[in-house]
Ligand binder design. Structure first.
Ligand SMILES: Cc1cc2nc3c(=O)[nH]c(=O)nc-3n(C[C@H](O)[C@H](O)[C@H](O)COP(=O)(O)OP(=O)(O)OC[C@H]3O[C@@H](n4cnc5c(N)ncnc54)[C@H](O)[C@@H]3O)c2cc1C
Length: 378
């Protein structure tokens, strides 16, 4: 009989871990204080873009993102099969725009190392660029074209993993309001506000931007902070004629991505607003300013939908993944910042391998949840 795992948090990370653990035979309970998929995961643009998102170099984070992209074809098929639901998953490729020669030089540098790590990308310009994306502004000098990047429709994807979990026998409890971890060294005990106590053998912490709340409990620093992302969508087939966009289009201000449902999603701001998920006119205006420069046909269009979510950012940009030294009954999986949708399969495998005793210490080191030290005692 395999162990009973309590997963705290029903976002894409918690549900993906629950899905993978359940299919490896664990008994799994997901505890969610609000609603599954109701926070960052349901707000995401759904881009699976390790090359466009990692611009510095091939570090451990990039490697994890790339591994996750490669897991996606099988993973998404497994989620669809297990849930009986479908969701958009499109291998659109991406274009990263450069307006000037200096920007182009940067893209060429990036392409150089990314080609050594599996990208079949290339620089496109002139007629080829116009053919690939006819509505792009004429003053875009060139773009880095990365064919392997994909995207999915995040709200449907998260719903499908949740449904797969339920059908596979994962116990999911929502609207728990507040949870207290009362025991985590010998066994796991988590108490809910309504008096119920959930017991298990292991605890996987997937509480996204709220993970820091547990630092006193575990005695370690958990520097995970919410970074608000404001985002909006245009009706791509609306007033002013159809606006077919084929690829995810990035520039250094943000991105545009067309969805199967006829919307053009434009994201996203990065602002510090605590746990406030409201949308501001200023935030959306800022997006509109650069996106009509990238795609002039957007000049007279107004987004019909605006929303926001809280990305769980960390002090060094890497998520916290793996067991605690003080008790390997606790495994952290939080702080995925801008790439939690992309990283959901790799995180689920990582966590499940930790529980199965298959994860090597070497591999865990870069993401060690204890790398920020202990909480200072007053
Ligand atoms: C506007 C926007 C666009 C984005 N676009 C992309 C993208 O294109 N591609 C990509 O890969 N990523 C993208 N992201 C990032 C991605 O959404 C996140 O990295 C990912 O959703 C994090 O998942 P999570 O499960 O850790 O967090 P969440 O989805 O926030 O889930 C955490 C859950 O834990 C619950 N919770 C909190 N505290 C507790 C507790 N004490 N006990 C139990 N439950 C608790 C919360 O209610 C929440 O449901 C985007 C994010 C935003 C905001």
């Amino acid at each position: 009989m395999k162990e009973h795992v309590i997963v705290m948090g029903g976002g894409v990370i918690g549900l993906s871990c629950a899905f993978e653990l359940r299919r490896r035979g664990y008994e799994v309970t997901v505890l969610e204080i609000r609603q599954c998929g109701g926070q960052a995961s349901g707000a995401a643009a759904g881009m699976l873009a390790p090359f466009s998102e990692n611009v510095e170099g091939p570090d451990a984070f990039f490697q994890l993102c790339l591994e996750s992209l490669r897991l996606y074809p099988q993973w998404q098929a497994d989620v669809k099969k297990a849930s009986g639901l479908t969701f958009e998953y499109t291998n659109s490729g991406s274009l990263y725009a450069a307006y000037h020669d200096a920007d182009l030089l940067v893209l060429e540098g990036r392409l150089h190392w990314q080609r050594e790590h599996g990208s079949s990308g290339r620089i496109v310009e002139g007629e080829e660029l116009q053919r690939l994306e006819p509505h792009l502004a004429k003053n875009v000098r060139a773009a880095l074209y990365t064919p392997e990047e994909s995207h999915l429709y995040a709200p449907h994807y998260v719903k499908a993993i949740e449904e797969a979990c339920r059908l596979m026998g994962v116990h999911i409890h929502e609207q728990l309001e507040q949870l207290t971890v009362s025991e985590w060294k010998q066994e796991i005990r988590v108490a809910a506000a309504d008096g119920r106590v959930f017991g298990g053998n292991r605890l996987v912490v997937c509480s996204g931007a709220w993970a820091q709340e547990l630092q006193e409990t575990f005695g370690i620093r958990i520097p995970v902070y919410p970074i608000r992302g404001q985002i909006c969508a245009y009706d791509a087939g609306g007033d002013g004629g159809a606006l077919p966009v084929q690829h995810m289009v990035f520039c250094n201000q943000g991105y545009l991505v067309a969805k199967e449902n006829g919307t053009l999603v434009c994201g996203a701001s990065e602002d510090v607003a605590g746990f406030d998920t409201s949308v501001t006119d200023r935030g959306i205006e800022r997006l509109r300013k650069w996106n009509k420069q990238l795609m002039p046909d957007l000049e007279h269009r107004v987004p019909f939908h605006r929303w926001a979510g809280l990305r769980p950012s960390t002090q060094d940009g890497f998520p916290l993944l793996g067991p605690l030294h003080a008790s390997d009954r606790v495994i952290m999986a939080a702080g995925h910042y801008r790439n939690g949708i992309l990283l959901s399969p790799a995180t689920a495998m990582f966590v499940a391998d930790c529980l199965d005793g298959k994860q090597t210490a070497d591999r865990r080191q870069a993401f060690s949840p204890e790398r920020f030290g202990l909480v200072a005692v007053e």
